[in-house]
Write a protein that binds this ligand. Structure first.
Ligand SMILES: Nc1ncnc2c1ncn2[C@@H]1O[C@H](COP(=O)(O)OP(=O)(O)OP(=O)(O)O)[C@@H](O)[C@H]1O
Length: 214
């Protein structure tokens, strides 16, 4: 999996959010995206997923141009705000419903993702509506990985997680990285990212600054 970002610009109401940003992301790495509130981290993740249209520039994923050769980034798991999980269903039932869209994940894949994020005690109960913030976030992460997605885009993945759960999340994401997956995380808490990511990037004035090579 590789993503080539070429000179992308995103302007909303004449405000420049992403300003001629270029970068190459490669599989087998965890990229941590930091930057102050409003710097455009979520916007960049949305752009990579194909969820917004760019003002100019292009994003090429595995040689195919987003919004020309395909509508969305292929084979991608995301956590980007307002996840539409179903409150009246358990964790298992939620992923089971989602699995009906692509039909690539088995029950075993669902159980293994829920266990990987630490939800092994809550697979069948309670229903999602009785979940705490942290439990909900674990299910969000499970949702982004249970179909063996090759590109994983996570906005603030450690939100609501206690320190043991952050450790477990780090362990799980490192395993996925070692399998060659491309993982991009955004967080305004740079401590979490420092521990999670092997490449640290900062969004500033619409540009990406590589903190690892500084
Ligand atoms: N739908 C929208 N309409 C207008 N402006 C928007 C919209 N979505 C985002 N913005 C603006 O784009 C900029 C970047 O927002 P974004 O959510 O990407 O920042 P962020 O770095 O993820 O911030 P945070 O750390 O607070 O999550 C902000 O100035 C925001 O106000």
């Amino acid at each position: 999996m590789e993503i080539q970002v070429n000179n992308i610009v995103k302007t909303i109401h004449k405000k420049v959010i992403l300003d001629h940003l270029s970068y190459r992301f490669e599989g087998g790495h965890i990229y941590g995206l930091t930057g102050i509130n409003g710097s455009g981290k979520t916007m960049l993740l949305r752009a990579l997923a194909g969820l917004i249209h760019l003002t100019s520039g292009e994003i090429i994923i595995n040689g195919k141009v987003l919004h020309r050769d395909m509508d969305f980034a292929p084979d991608t798991g995301v956590i980007i705000e307002n996840m539409s999980l179903l409150p009246q269903f358990s964790a298992f039932e939620n992923l089971k419903q989602l699995s009906k869209i692509k039909r690539c994940a088995t029950d075993k894949d669902i159980l293994s993702a829920l266990t990987a994020v630490g939800l092994q005690e809550q697979i069948y109960q309670p229903k999602l509506k009785a979940y705490s913030l942290g439990m909900r976030q674990k299910l969000n992460i499970a949702q982004a990985i249970f179909e063996n997605q090759q590109l994983i885009l996570l906005d603030e993945p450690t939100n609501g997680l206690d320190s043991d759960s952050v450790d477990k999340c780090i362990q799980t994401l490192r395993q996925l990285r070692d399998q060659g997956k491309l993982i991009i995380l955004a967080s305004h808490i740079s401590d979490d990212l420092m521990r999670l990511a092997d490449k640290q990037l900062k969004l500033s004035a619409g540009h990406l600054v590589d903190l690892t090579s500084e």
